[in-house]
Design a protein around this ligand. Sequence first.
Ligand SMILES: *[C@@H]1O[C@H](CO)[C@@H](O)[C@H](O)[C@H]1NC(C)=O
Ligand SMILES: *[C@@H]1O[C@H](CO)[C@@H](O)[C@H](O)[C@H]1NC(C)=O
Ligand SMILES: [Zn+2]
Length: 513
Amino acid sequence: MATDEHTGLLPRVGGRSSKQRAVWGSLVALLVLATVVLRFDIVPRRAVAGGKRNVIFFVTDGMGPASLAMTRAYAQAQETDTQLRLPTFQMGSMQTRSSSSLITDSAAGATAFSCAMRTYNSAVGVGPDGRPCGTILEAAKLQGYMTGLVVTTRLTDATPAAFSSHVDHRWYEDLIAEHQLGTYPLGRVVDLMIGGGRTHFYGSQDTKYGDGGSRKDGRNLIDKAVEDGWQYVGDMEGFKRLQGGHNASLPLLALLADYDIPFDMDRDDAVHPSLEQEMMTAINALTDATKDSDRGFFLLVEGSRIDHAAHQNDPAAQAKEVLAFDRAFMSAVEFAAKSDVETVLISTSDHETGGLTVGRQVGTAYPDYVWYPDVLRNATHSAEYLAHKLVNVPANEREDYIREKVLEKGLGIDYYSEEDLQELVVSRTTDQILDKLTRMVSLRAEIGWSTHGHTGVDVNVYAFANTGPSWKSVQDALYGNHANVDIGSFLALYLDLDLEKVTDLIKDTKHSP
Ligand SMILES: *[C@@H]1O[C@H](CO)[C@@H](O)[C@H](O)[C@H]1NC(C)=O
Ligand SMILES: *[C@@H]1O[C@H](CO)[C@@H](O)[C@H](O)[C@H]1NC(C)=O
Ligand SMILES: [Zn+2]
């Protein structure tokens, strides 16, 4: 039931009347709620304040269907028998292409969601003609909703940027940071930002908030933000003082790393929060701030680095990122199920990355039907982490370091050839090391990758809604196979937003440096 034209919100369903669909819809809704209630002891409330709505929109950057099969096997191989819960909420699937290519990048992918508009690769909140397009987040803010962005990469990276800025090319991150703090025609539209990417908020000579940033103009946007009334949080101590969001003042700017927050696999709880902690802090702060309002909030939550693990072809790091996302999503479901406010959760990916698959032929003989999640379980750190350590080890200590710290302790690989070892010894760049390590792990696990880039396969769409009517709206719009822009159209429809009006308001926004 694909829509062949990509703007239609409702697919035509051959053979089923709308009445039949409605009956099916109610049955499916009941089934999902029953599953949730039975499996997770969640009791949705019936009484919901009229008209007030929250939307939490999740993007699993670069996560395709194979990521879930891989992560499920990885999780179930552990003694604790962790379950992946996200798949329980599957609503349908989605086509990801952009206007310029059958394979999208994250900028066009996110703009399809934020502006409900198909655009060219690298475009951030601008249409195919390069003109700024009004976003869901901006329109929601203008309608009185509170808004937030939560990511594990740079806040100025493509996905959050496409909701909160307008630039011709995703590389213009200095300008994106300015837009996010509200220097363009609408004023400030973001109430809360939690993630990495501090580097684009200050200059290279400036060490007030970090080791030196990368803004070309050297301006300190953090000082400016504080002057303008933002609460700034720059480390874990400050993050803890937010008391899970209940002691936050909005607008809140939490820049918790210069670039990325480390992979969940490498993350130190004392130094960086998990995606779930970031998200719950945002949800609690936005809930408190909208307590007396007749509007709720719109929050974007991105599992940003699933994509990075896939670009690096690191299956162990990706499985851990997916599990961290799964935990965050379930906490949001639990929040929504208990909330008195009508709340809808939508989760999807902008595209698949890596051409990941579980099962790979590793020799000339016809392959056995197996792959080995235990190889992934044996890794204690990502290849990225290990490569950054190894690159700084002096030449005469390298061989021992590789044997003990990288292969045996880091990756849990106890059988490797002299050739493997020598290839690592002579690798001089982190990229070369990283590539060799991820090839060793993937080969042993019999995990396949077709690319270090993105692919054009369809991705899954997941949803949860805490009332019958909201559940029905989600289902009417998103059941089955859809185009990525249909997600944006649904968000606009559900929050009753006029994106064209915003597009008109922002037409003079400066969208290149
Ligand atoms: C609440 O936030 C304020 C301002 O950052 C801080 O001074 C105070 O210590 C925080 N309270 C707690 C209990 O962390
Ligand atoms: C995992 O590590 C253990 C030692 O810690 C080793 O005995 C085992 O062979 C490793 N498994 C795989 C699949 O590499
Ligand atoms: Zn990517």
